[in-house]
Design a protein around this ligand. Structure first.
Ligand SMILES: *[C@@H]1O[C@H](CO)[C@@H](O)[C@H](O)[C@H]1NC(C)=O
Ligand SMILES: *[C@@H]1O[C@H](CO)[C@@H](O)[C@H](O)[C@H]1NC(C)=O
Ligand SMILES: *[C@@H]1O[C@H](CO)[C@@H](O)[C@H](O)[C@H]1NC(C)=O
Ligand SMILES: *[C@@H]1O[C@H](CO)[C@@H](O)[C@H](O)[C@H]1NC(C)=O
Ligand SMILES: *[C@@H]1O[C@H](CO)[C@@H](O)[C@H](O)[C@H]1NC(C)=O
Ligand SMILES: *[C@@H]1O[C@H](CO)[C@@H](O)[C@H](O)[C@H]1NC(C)=O
Ligand SMILES: *[C@@H]1O[C@H](CO)[C@@H](O)[C@H](O)[C@H]1NC(C)=O
Ligand SMILES: *[C@@H]1O[C@H](CO)[C@@H](O)[C@H](O)[C@H]1NC(C)=O
Length: 533
């Protein structure tokens, strides 16, 4: 075996053991815009992509089929709208190569908006490497004048056609299979689209593919206002077979409690369940999508809850973040840098959870938790028409200081040495001997050390010492020693030692110690944060 191959296998092995679910950020995306006939032709919809950059000087290229390319550089935290060529819409034809391809050199999030007057639908777009190989096809909701009465449904007339699936291929030549009463297989080129009618007699159950694909589910004409109709679409969630808990915030059903249902689908069955706000928890061993007139939205299972999301508002609409979090953890929720007002929280009856809907200020908002995980949906309203999608996840790592893009490093150094040597040893790994002046940071680091101390070390050097001039204690980071954890009777006099050592055996208490004593250091690196303000 070549050394390169071995290294690759080792890297793959290391990756596959990563315990955290994925974030929704990446470098390559493909987007399709299903036909939007609202207000009828010849008006064309306005198709927009919102991109948020995670790092400075992110170079973004947006290739619009054969209609030209947009190139732009965005900085960390910047969120930008890109208005696309009007002909990016895909019509009724079965296969199409009209897709939008987005490439960037650093991680971004992508949100797609398809708007024609008040017919507006949005989608969270996942990077191609995080798309799935299998999706369950949900049951079609009953919508008067669209799917009911059944005899009006015909593929001849766009407004009265069945629901459809839009399968969007990723970056590899692919074989896609749609399973039902009969199976159909399609070959797709990279970034090609396949559209499939969901006719009742086909009993469609599942889409599977050899390489990752995205699947949209919806209808071109399923929301009625005055004498026209708007489109209704959602991106399907990846097929799930474990039992999942879905907590449904009442806000999703606002003004439509009686007309809201949950569309459930798994390997060999589907179910439409009426939504009851008195029992907002749905447990199901498959995928769940919420439907109310005007809105189809994938529900976020508890296992996918995350610590930081980012959403951007859409011009001339009301935009909300709808948050679901454990009851006793509502205090830790932040929208930008502010807690959520206590009065906004509503109980989810019969569960340990609460939800809130927060009106978003124009522009980008990071929504994050200081110590735990939660679900966040982006929901909007324009002229009484609803739209929304699960908010894009930036991070699964909670931190009281903000939204973590790459985690802090807390590491017990491999060698025991004096305090000065330890300082040197940490810096050889581009780390610092730990300074942790803040009380909350101390708690957070103690917890990590509890887990990191596999060799049951008794004590470790920390980045604090006495000034030999004044005798005062100071942190290496120059922060004031304002909150300390000295053991009883500590620190002693100058003669007892000039350096601070921490006990791992007894409550992480500190003492002064002779700087030449040999001990392992605690090395540290600050996390990288997404700007939340
Ligand atoms: C469709 O494919 C699935 C999975 O490969 C298989 O179990 C099923 O029997 C097939 N159905 C038909 C009608 O061929
Ligand atoms: C839902 O239906 C019940 C009885 O069928 C009715 O009392 C209630 O007002 C309805 N709620 C809404 C929001 O329409
Ligand atoms: C559905 O599949 C499960 C296992 O995958 C099986 O136990 C069950 O009997 C099946 N149900 C039906 C109705 O075929
Ligand atoms: C919770 O649901 C039960 C049963 O539907 C109902 O009796 C009770 O009033 C509800 N409680 C709240 C706080 O809504
Ligand atoms: C929304 O408004 C902002 C600020 O005025 C503007 O930069 C952006 O292009 C607008 N977006 C769209 C899709 O019109
Ligand atoms: C919150 O409640 C859960 C159980 O519902 C419990 O396990 C957890 O420790 C609590 N957390 C806090 C911070 O009280
Ligand atoms: C750390 O310190 C030891 C001696 O205490 C030394 O041998 C080693 O090279 C140092 N560097 C690293 C990276 O461990
Ligand atoms: C201690 O001071 C540092 C800055 O010197 C500050 O960040 C921290 O919040 C302070 N902690 C407390 C508990 O006052």
């Amino acid at each position: 075996m070549s050394p390169e191959l071995l290294l690759l296998l080792l890297l793959l092995a290391a990756e596959s053991t990563a315990p955290l679910p994925d974030v929704n950020t990446g470098l390559e995306f493909v987007v399709a815009f299903p036909e939007n006939i609202a207000y009828y032709y010849p008006d064309r919809p306005k198709m927009v992509i919102q991109i948020t950059a995670l790092y400075d000087e992110t170079k973004i290229t947006i290739k619009q089929h054969s209609f030209g390319t947009i190139c732009k550089t965005q900085d960390k935290g910047a969120s930008q709208d890109y208005i696309l060529h009007a002909k990016m819409e895909i019509y009724k034809e079965e296969t199409s190569d009209i897709t939008l391809q987005i490439h960037s050199d650093k991680s971004i999030t992508v949100h797609a908006i398809n708007q024609k007057s008040s017919s507006l639908q949005t989608a969270l777009v996942l990077p191609t490497d995080k798309l799935s190989l299998a999706y369950f096809i949900p049951p079609v909701p009953e919508i008067q004048r669209t799917t009911r009465p059944a005899e009006i449904v015909t593929t001849d007339v766009t407004e009265r056609s069945p629901f459809k699936l839009v399968i969007v291929n990723g970056n590899k030549p692919n074989e896609v299979k749609v399973e039902g009463s009969g199976n159909e297989t399609f070959s797709l080129q990279p970034f090609q689209i396949q559209q499939i009618w969901v006719k009742a007699e086909m009993e469609l159950r599942k889409v599977t593919a050899n390489h990752p694909v995205a699947v949209l589910f919806g209808h071109t004409c399923a929301i009625y206002h005055s004498c026209t109709c708007g489109q209704l679409f959602t991106s399907l969630p990846p097929a799930q077979s474990e039992v999942q808990k879905y907590y449904i915030p009442e806000f999703l059903a606002k003004y439509a409690e009686n007309k809201s249902v949950v569309l459930l689908s798994k390997e060999n069955s589907t179910k439409v369940q009426a939504f009851d706000m008195n029992s907002p928890l749905v447990e199901f061993d498959g995928s769940a999508i919420f439907y109310r007139p005007g809105l189809l939205i994938s529900l976020i299972p508890e296992t996918d809850f995350a610590s930081c999301y980012v959403v951007s508002t859409i011009n001339d609409t009301m935009s909300y973040a709808v948050i679901v979090v454990r009851k006793n953890l509502t205090d830790g929720v932040r929208v930008r840098d502010l807690p959520v007002q206590k009065t906004l929280w509503q109980e989810l009856n019969g569960t340990d959870f609460r939800s809130a809907s927060v009106t978003l200020l124009p522009g980008k908002s990071a929504i994050w938790h200081t110590s735990s995980k939660m679900a966040v949906y982006f929901v909007g309203n324009k002229e009484n028409a609803w739209f929304g999608n699960p908010a894009p996840i930036l991070s699964h790592i909670p931190d009281f200081r903000g939204c973590v893009l790459s985690p802090e490093i807390v590491k017990i150094g491999p060698n025991a040495g004096g305090w000065r040597e330890s300082l040197q040893n940490c810096s050889e790994d581009q780390l610092d001997l730990v300074s942790f002046p803040d009380a909350q940071l101390q708690t957070q680091i103690y917890e990590q050390l509890r887990q990191a101390n596999k060799n049951n070390l008794q004590e470790v050097w920390i980045g604090m010492r006495r000034s030999s001039m004044s005798g005062e204690w100071y942190w290496l980071s120059d922060a004031k020693v304002n909150h300390s954890n000295w053991e009883e009777g500590e620190p002693g006099t100058m003669n007892d030692g000039q350096c601070a050592i921490m006990s791992l055996a007894k409550g992480f208490g500190w003492r002064d110690e002779d700087c030449c004593k040999a001990a392992h250091p605690v090395c540290y690196k600050e996390p990288v944060f997404f700007p939340v303000e």
